[in-house]
Design a protein around this ligand. Structure first.
Ligand SMILES: Nc1ncnc2c1ncn2[C@@H]1O[C@H](COP(=O)(O)OP(=O)(O)OP(=O)(O)O)[C@@H](O)[C@H]1O
Length: 362
């Protein structure tokens, strides 16, 4: 397995603007690395440049110490798994999995051994002689994964491999992929636009927006310490409130005036405009730490989800969401009630006017 380095990579289609803008990525050997971002942010383009199916404008790609960005795709040693499975309908499961080995003219005995290993890893035992049309979507994707594993790639690339599967199967396959990847120590780049999937499966996540890297970090760190407002709202949700720091106080614009918030700002917060951010699950109703930020908000409606409920409230002219666990939901809450919200100060974030996180906790 190789570590992977992408250095100062730029890519545009024709003369249009850059769809990959100065991408720098350093992936460790054996790491599960996820590219996460909204549709059109450049995830697939980046995978195609790394695999050699698309030329780039400038920059370098290294697998270990070998520079690969001038090599044709078949010389890079990459296994690929696609959203639409891309398996051959006229070949059996076994023949599909052996395909890459046949192309590489591998000796029959070694090929048979590798195919058998791959079949066992993806749990397709007993289905070796079936045709793809007689398999479920999940089984077809297992064939796609086994085919990629059989060539013992230096790097495994997976482009939204679970998108065509139903929700339950997605979770099952996700756990299987993670287990195989760990057991085999496979360096993997995984593309998804599904934030929950990215959080669940990755060692590290690279959040992309409009061709630019927004943040690269562990799932828990990205969620707790988003680098900017884009990341904060793309991974989970965050409440935002326009505020100003002035004379050691924080004030919120409230349409017809300003309201002083009960949070003193620490000395290193420069005076000026900010966006105050906090996650819905950081909000308590009533009670809570007396030192918390207090906001009175009007309950608009409750979305009950079983394990938890989302309260949608209005305060200072903006909408605020609060996630409460089922057992914490008071039966007395009625639409139109004014509720005292508490948000712990360590959960408060201040974003600068350009959206970058300026203060994490107040
Ligand atoms: N062949 C092409 N010619 C011109 N523009 C392209 C081409 N392929 C992609 N693009 C543009 O490049 C940008 C990045 O596309 P890309 O497919 O890499 O995004 P993505 O993040 O993978 O999106 P999705 O999640 O929808 O697959 C988009 O604006 C897209 O319209």
């Amino acid at each position: 397995m190789s570590n992977i380095k992408v250095l100062e990579l730029n890519k545009s289609y024709g003369s249009s603007k850059l769809v990959l803008d100065n991408i720098n990525i350093d992936i460790s050997s054996g790491e599960f690395f996820t590219l996460l971002g909204p549709s059109g942010c450049g995830k697939t383009t980046l995978l195609k440049v790394i695999s050699g199916f698309l030329p780039h404008n400038s920059g370098e790609v290294f697998f270990g110490t070998e520079r690969v960005d001038k090599l044709p795709p078949h010389r890079r040693g990459i296994g690929m798994v696609f959203q639409d499975y891309a398996i051959f309908p006229h070949l059996t499961v076994r023949q599909n999995i052996a395909f890459g080995l046949k192309v590489r003219k591998m000796a029959a005995a070694e090929s048979a051994r590798r195919v058998a290993d791959a079949i066992r890893l993806v749990r397709l035992d007993g289905l070796e002689d079936r045709m793809p049309s007689s398999l479920s979507g999940g089984q077809q994707q297992r064939v796609g994964i086994a085919r990629a594993l059989a060539i013992q790639p230096r790097l495994l690339l997976m482009d939204e491999p679970l998108s065509n599967l139903d929700a339950k199967l997605r979770v099952e396959m996700r756990d299987d992929i993670r287990k195989i990847q760990r057991d085999q120590g496979l360096t993997t780049i995984y593309v998804t636009h599904d934030q929950e999937e990215a959080l669940a499966i990755s060692d590290r996540i690279c959040v992309l927006s409009a061709g630019k890297v927004q943040q690269i970090d562990r799932p828990d760190r990205i969620y707790r310490h988003p680098a900017n407002m884009f990341v904060a709202s793309f991974l989970g949700s965050m409440n935002f409130l326009a505020v100003r720091a002035e004379r050691g106080r924080l004030v919120a614009d409230a349409g017809n005036g300003t309201i002083e918030l009960n949070v003193p700002v620490v000395a290193d917060v420069a005076e000026g405009a900010y966006t105050l951010g906090f996650r819905p699950e950081a909000v308590d109703v009533g009670g809570g730490d007396p030192d918390s930020l207090r906001i009175e908000a009007k309950l608009q409606y409750i979305t009950y989800l079983g394990r938890e409920a989302i309260l949608t409230l209005a305060a200072h002219g903006v909408s605020i969401s609060a996630n409460l666990r089922d057992r914490d939901i008071g039966h007395a809450y009625k639409e139109g009630d004014m509720l005292p919200l508490r948000i712990r100060r360590e959960q408060l974030k201040l974003f600068a006017p350009d959206g970058v996180l300026a203060h994490d906790g107040l």
